[in-house]
Design a binder for this molecule. Structure first.
Ligand code: 5GP
Length: 112
């Protein structure tokens, strides 16, 4: 069971900024930007690479919630970044799909 499943199940705490029946958003425990929030589906899916056509609604909802959370946290005017890491070379460390919302500082491109 991944650490995010334990957060979903309430076994470990998190600083939750949004939750509904399908997704949760909470602050990253090790932020790399002034605002760093993770948005995750409550359904168990390892990454976007594991998504199937039946996940289409969930994936759309996940992205819309990320935009809403960014708006609610005041990031929209200055801009922000949404990232999802996939697998080892992608830098994924938790095997449960998540979007990173990063804001509050200028982002570089390309990422390191
Ligand atoms: P990944 O490297 O898989 O793209 O991102 C995983 C993120 O989860 C990391 O930024 C890491 O800091 C965060 N993280 C890992 N464990 C926990 C935890 O227990 N609570 C919270 N809030 N974030 C976590």
């Amino acid at each position: 069971m991944s650490i995010f499943q334990k957060i979903i199940d309430g076994e470990i705490g998190a600083d939750i900024v949004y939750e509904d029946g399908r997704v949760m958003a909470f602050r990253d425990i090790n932020p790399v930007a002034p605002v760093h929030v993770l948005v995750i589906p409550k359904s168990a899916i390892v990454s976007v690479a594991a998504a199937v056509p039946e996940d289409e609604l969930m994936l759309g909802h996940l992205m819309l919630v990320a935009a809403k959370v960014a708006r609610d946290l005041g990031l929209e005017e200055q801009g922000y970044r949404i990232v999802t890491n996939v697998g080892a070379l992608g830098g994924q460390s938790v095997p449960h799909l998540h979007l990173h919302i990063l804001g509050g500082r200028a982002m570089s491109w390309p990422p390191g």
